[in-house]
Design a protein. Structure first.
Length: 169
């Protein structure tokens, strides 16, 4: 399906940073090279918008990471980490990603979702029903099989981990 990409396509990219971050950390003890992932997502087409959904902690230690994303031209959507009674911590961006994708979809030809989260299957179905091409980029080992199946194209970061990962020092 890679031949379905052409330079005149207008592309929007949605990066579920938590999903990619935790997968890279768990599977490879590494960090994601978001610059390379973005290049892969755009594939020499017309980038209209790119969003990364990030979580802010009380310590603010992630600020250099947010700044690095901004330098790549990525718009960051920031949500504070919610801490609940009993120690549970949560910062779920799924609804935010869905709303932004639906909002941006009318002005693009292709939606690139950088996440392996199966919760996005209904979004992919909706976007495809709206005539959009939907590509999913994620680590295949941890990606929902239904998400892989329903996407117009699934691009597996596991196939070139050295290119898309930065080894921790």
């Amino acid at each position: 399906m890679a031949d379905c990409k052409h330079k005149d396509q207008r592309v929007a990219v949605f990066i579920d940073t938590q999903n990619l971050y935790w997968t890279a950390k768990t599977l490879y003890s590494s960090r994601v090279n978001f610059g390379e992932v973005l290049k892969l997502a755009v594939s020499q087409r017309k980038l209209i918008r790119v969003f990364a959904y990030v979580v802010q902690t009380k310590t603010g230690e992630e600020k250099p990471f947010f700044d690095a994303l901004t330098k790549l031209g990525i718009e960051t959507r920031i949500r504070p980490l919610q801490e609940y009674y009993g120690g549970l911590k949560k910062a779920d961006w799924d609804v935010g990603i869905v709303v932004d994708a639906i909002r941006v979809a009318p002005s693009v030809d292709v939606i690139v979702l950088c996440s392996g989260d199966g919760d996005f299957v209904p979004l992919v179905e909706y976007l495809k029903n709206q005539g959009k091409r939907v590509e999913v980029i994620a680590f295949g080992k941890s990606t929902s099989s239904k998400l892989k199946e329903i996407a117009d194209e699934f691009i597996d970061l596991d196939k070139s981990p050295k290119k898309y990962l930065i080894r921790k020092i």
